[in-house]
Design a protein around this ligand. Structure first.
Ligand SMILES: Nc1ncnc2c1ncn2[C@@H]1O[C@H](COP(=O)(O)OP(=O)(O)OP(=O)(O)O)[C@@H](O)[C@H]1O
Length: 375
């Protein structure tokens, strides 16, 4: 039996309050930090206590890493909730949410752990606050295996706008591996009534392709121009056009560079593909690879890239009505997200295979009752 910091049995400290607690197995499918973020965000939004076991059992080093722990503490603070057993390496936690409040919140990850993933847990909660929320978040802004901050700022924000959800991100300083030290401010407007269902079924025609290369710290600006060259050469070959790619220098705690390329279509679809520089490959080659990934979607039949696919499952489940999206084969992250939201809500999902590469996800949302709170 797991013990909390005080040495009492986990889950038994509050007696009858645990009766309605939902137990989520953190090893489910993808078995990563995403399970925790979705479960805890939904717990706060729906006011349901959760116990999460086997946290990150699917990862080499299971249990809470700093990014996950800081995300939990941030949501706890936003809703005056109670967290048990939340410490580095913990593989089992209990979260009892209070009411989500609006206001100003901050969080600092001392490594290059991703601030984008802090946003992934905090932004959905903030949408259901009684007023706007402002966040100051510090850590990694351009980290591997996580959305680069520009992806959140440009792609996720536009996809969320389809749901009527609005957030703005301002990057003050970039944080690259290994030191992090990036800083962003995020403003989230609370929703007034409900999240709207989305219909993203028509891929449309490409109307723009734009990219940005961020060069930080002592990383030579030449690296940024090489990213741009590699990306441009492939785009020229594929589409016969030279897109607008900016190369910008940012303050950063340690050297690094990143590249995001974004395509938009006439029907409001947006696709993003990114790379963080690695010594093992030339910047030109990485620029080309990011474009090659984007080209998989442009022009195609899918209305979302493979990352946005898992990130829309939570808002779809909370929307007041039926959402439909057409996308590529479901990623393991998407399948995991669907399973977790099904355990914490009555949202109904249906996945249809249209062809080998094209799928339709339909979700009848289970909108939470908004707390008409006074602060
Ligand atoms: N290049 C990228 N662009 C956009 N989103 C990304 C990118 N890479 C990863 N993501 C998103 O980041 C999230 C990663 O979740 P995941 O559970 O794998 O990560 P995690 O919390 O860092 O935990 P772990 O360390 O357990 O993997 C997913 O929502 C995924 O879509």
């Amino acid at each position: 039996m797991a013990l909390n910091n005080a040495g009492t049995d986990l889950g038994e400290t509050k007696g009858h309050e645990n009766r309605d607690m939902v137990v989520i197995d953190g090893s489910l499918l993808e078995g990563g930090g995403q399970v925790l973020r979705i479960a805890v965000a939904l717990s706060a939004i729906r006011g349901k206590a959760v116990k999460i076991t086997n946290i990150r059992a699917g990862r080499k080093k299971p249990g809470l890493a700093e990014q996950h722990l800081k995300g939990l503490l941030l949501v706890r603070d936003m809703c005056n909730g109670e967290l048990e057993n939340a410490h580095l390496g913990s593989t089992e936690i209990i979260f009892r949410p209070g009411k989500i409040t609006s206001g100003t919140f901050s969080s600092k990850i001392s490594t290059a752990g991703s601030v984008s993933l802090l946003m992934q847990i905090a932004v959905p909660c903030a949408l259901f606050a009684p007023g706007p929320c402002n966040f100051n978040l510090r850590g990694g802004t351009d980290a591997d295996m996580a959305p680069p901050i520009d992806y959140l700022k440009i792609v996720t924000s536009e996809v969320f706008a389809h749901f009527g959800a609005k957030f703005e991100t301002q990057v003050l300083q970039r944080g690259f591996f290994p030191k992090g030290g990036g800083e962003v401010n995020v403003k989230v407007d609370n929703i007034q009534t409900c999240l709207k269902p989305i219909i993203l079924t028509q891929p449309g025609k490409i109307i723009s392709i734009e990219g940005s290369v961020n060069v930080g710290g002592s990383c030579p600006i030449r690296v940024g121009h090489e990213f741009k060259q590699g990306a441009e050469s492939l785009l020229l070959e594929e589409f016969g056009c030279k897109p607008n790619i900016s190369v910008e220098r940012f303050n950063a705690y340690c050297p690094g560079s990143s590249f995001l390329i974004v395509g938009k279509t006439s029907t409001g679809c947006i696709f993003g593909s990114s790379v963080i520089s690695h010594r093992s490959k030339s910047p030109a080659q990485q620029g080309e690879e990011a474009v090659a990934e984007l080209i998989k979607f442009l022009p195609g039949q899918s209305c979302l890239d493979s990352f946005a696919q898992d990130q829309i499952i939570l808002p779809m489940s909370l929307a007041a009505g039926t959402s439909t999206v057409v996308c590529g084969p479901l990623t393991l992250h998407t399948q995991t997200a669907i399973e977790i939201v099904k355990q914490l809500s009555s949202a109904k999902f249906e996945v249809e295979k249209i062809s080998e590469m094209i799928f339709r996800i339909t979700c009848t949302g289970d909108p939470p009752v908004l707390a008409m709170d006074t602060q």
